[in-house]
Write a protein that binds this ligand. Structure first.
Ligand code: PLP
Length: 369
């Protein structure tokens, strides 16, 4: 074997996004023990940083030691017990994944489905919630498979109204558009590190409201998943009365997350959102000037994930292969029913700059001409 040297790429797909040199440098710092007092200080800073970023004061916030899917799995497996009823909104690939997990948890799953590219319609969700007692309402805030944004405030309010706990997937939204656990009164809200936080994949920040924590500690059956059982995890991350060994934290990955949070707060949370909005506006102007169209209506578009329709007669995969070979530029393909029909252009985190927009438009237009 020889050392692996990755090719240099510009990451403008659905994630991972470009990781900044300062985060890469942080990842390479010396590994220390996960029970070292210095590492425990870092854990506390990360918890506080996540609470600030999600606006989740009073919530338990921790980074799970696995990718965004772990946040989803933790939310579903900790809240649902066999026989519970769960309403899952599905407007793309990730809502479908949540429904599959809820089914595996032994819950009765009520799927509320929407055409891919549309936001979740709160009226349809309300009709499902009104049909009987529901333990959990789960939805995706920013559907990465389509580029559609749903109204998290309205959906969390519906969960409250019907006595359900809300599960909000913010894997793609956190750091790109407003995420406000406190104002939404969300119950379990999670993200991933490889999208708008621009750290490498492999961690899933998650926050639980006091209501969600009470529901989990009051379960009558064990959480089926050991690693992600919050009753066990919080003895490691909780901080009160010392830490109990649970797993070995991914130490260097947490240096990277910490550095990405430092960078984000240095730039300013509002400034970061404005940068994402401006990058999207610039890209949209270029896409439309090139005669291309978006899948999603302007009101529901995510600035950080742009789903562009492939024109008639154009080979979608050949265009992506061209820009990768010629420009070292990674764009995303469509999933499921959108396979071959869209390109997914990410403008996430460190990949959301005027330079990225210019490069992408130049490369795409060259490939199409
Ligand atoms: N939820 C959404 C909305 C996502 O976009 C993704 C990944 O793209 C996930 C969940 C799963 O995250 P991961 O691939 O990090 O496990």
């Amino acid at each position: 074997m020889q050392s692996f040297q990755p090719p240099r790429r510009i990451l403008m797909g659905p994630g991972p996004s470009d990781v900044s040199p300062r985060v890469l440098a942080a990842l390479a710092r010396p590994t220390i023990g996960h029970l070292d007092p210095a590492f425990q200080d870092l854990m506390e800073e990360i918890k506080a940083g996540l609470s600030r970023l999600f606006n989740a004061d009073g919530y338990a916030c921790v980074p799970l030691p696995a990718p965004g899917t772990a946040g989803m799995e933790a939310a579903i497996m900790n809240l649902l017990e066999p026989g519970d009823r769960a309403v899952i909104a599905i407007n793309g690939a990730f809502g479908g994944r949540m429904a599959d997990m809820a089914d595996r948890a032994g819950a009765e799953v009520i799927k509320v489905e929407f055409e891919w590219g549309q936001p979740v319609d709160p009226a349809k969700v309300e009709a499902a919630l009104a049909g009987g007692p529901v333990k959990v309402l789960a939805f995706v805030h920013a559907e990465t498979s389509t580029g559609a944004k749903s109204d998290a405030a309205a959906l969390c309010a519906l969960a409250r109204k019907y006595g359900a706990l809300s599960v909000v997937d913010c894997v793609t939204s956190l750091g790109g558009i407003t995420v406000d656990a406190g104002a939404w009164d969300a119950d379990v809200i999670y993200s991933g590190t490889q999208k708008c936080l621009s750290a490498p994949p492999g961690l899933s920040p998650i926050c639980l409201s006091p209501r969600a924590q009470t529901a989990i500690s009051g379960r009558t059956t064990k959480v089926r998943n050991w690693l992600l059982d919050f009753n066990l995890l919080m003895a490691y991350w909780g901080g009160e009365g010392g830490r109990t060994y649970h797993h070995t934290a991914p130490i260097n990955a947490l240096y990277g997350l910490h550095e990405s949070l430092v960078a984000l707060f240095e730039e300013g949370q509002q400034a970061v959102l404005v940068r994402h909005a401006r990058s999207h506006e610039a890209l949209a102007a270029g896409i439309e000037a090139a005669g291309l169209k978006f899948l999603v209506e302007p009101a529901h578009r995510l600035p950080q994930l742009n789903a562009v329709l492939v024109p008639e007669g154009v080979d979608e995969a050949a265009v992506r292969a061209y820009v990768l070979a010629k420009w070292d530029l990674e764009l995303g393909a469509g999933l499921g029913p959108l396979k071959g029909k869209i390109w997914r252009i990410g403008l996430m985190g460190a990949s959301s700059t005027a330079w990225h927009v210019r490069l992408c438009l130049t490369a795409l237009c060259e490939a199409l001409n």
